[in-house]
Design a binder for this molecule. Structure first.
Ligand code: MF3
Ligand code: CO
Length: 258
């Protein structure tokens, strides 16, 4: 499938989808505390998304059984919510959510601390978030896709972290996953030329240890092979002539800054 350029009308819908998704993440953040189950977080997330007139895009996507992907500690992404999985003090938890508003998708992930976490875990989360912002400094018309990918990798690796290779970001729009793939590591090719109106989900997945991951028996949950902690941060962005517009960022998030 070719990479699509969104019209002004489509961009408006994606802005709205992004706004609702950002608000969903803000609400979910408040619910994170020791003792809550990942199923309760999922239920709350689905309720918030539907209350805003959106559909949860992950629900039943390729058979995924929930609305929010919830991945704890050494789980990288795509953890399945469960009433038996209870968050405890010191955990880090990644929440990945997608919404559909009038046919248009937005996709974003955050990793939060549960209570007080180790300085090492906090640093991993901070660097992962920052690697997204380092990458999107290059997300503007005239640059190539690989400029984003290489910047994410070099920033994360400068801290000795492992950059996950088996999963990548993606274009997004009327489908959750559109072309192009957006790797978080340098490719040998420069990739597509970025043009205004392209919308991308940029989503670094960064491990405290090695970059290798594997799939659990449920065929969804991705974990680090060395069981080191993993962090995920994702936003849906719009390429413009100038600075990229981050569609899935809340006002509070914008202020806390890159
Ligand atoms: N943000 C993830 C992605 O881009 C989540 C989708 S997985 C799903 O692939 F199957 F749960 F939808
Ligand atoms: Co995504």
């Amino acid at each position: 499938m070719a990479v699509t350029i969104k019209s002004h009308k489509e961009i408006e819908l994606m802005r709205k989808a992004g706004e609702i998704l950002a608000a969903t993440h803000e609400e979910l953040k408040k619910a994170i505390h020791p003792g809550i189950s990942t199923l309760d977080i999922d239920k709350l997330g689905e309720r918030i998304i539907r209350a805003h007139g959106c559909l949860p895009s992950f629900k039943n996507y390729n058979g995924y059984p929930a609305s929010i992907c919830i991945s704890v500690n050494d789980e990288v992404v795509h953890g399945i919510p469960s009433r038996h999985r209870i968050l405890k003090e010191g955990d880090i938890v990644s929440l990945d959510a997608g919404v559909i508003y009038k046919g248009y998708h937005s996709d974003a992930a955050r990793t939060w601390a549960v209570g007080k976490v180790s300085p090492e875990a906090q640093k991993l989360m901070d660097v992962t978030r920052q690697s997204f912002f380092e990458g999107i400094r290059f997300a503007k018309a005239g640059n190539h896709l690989n400029d984003i990918s290489a910047a994410i990798q070099s920033f994360a690796e400068s801290f000795g972290y492992g950059v996950v290779r088996d999963l990548v970001g993606h274009g997004i729009g009327t489908h959750l996953h559109e072309d192009p793939e957006v790797p978080n590591f340098a490719m040998k090719r420069k990739g597509i030329l970025l043009r205004p109106g392209m919308t991308l989900a940029v989503e670094p997945m960064i491990n405290m240890g090695g970059s290798d991951v594997l799939w659990m028996d449920d065929d969804w949950t991705v974990v680090t092979v060395d069981h080191s902690l993993s962090s995920h941060y994702e936003n849906t962005i719009l390429i413009t002539e100038g600075e990229p517009e981050i569609l899935s960022l809340s006002a509070a998030d914008r202020e806390s800054g890159a």
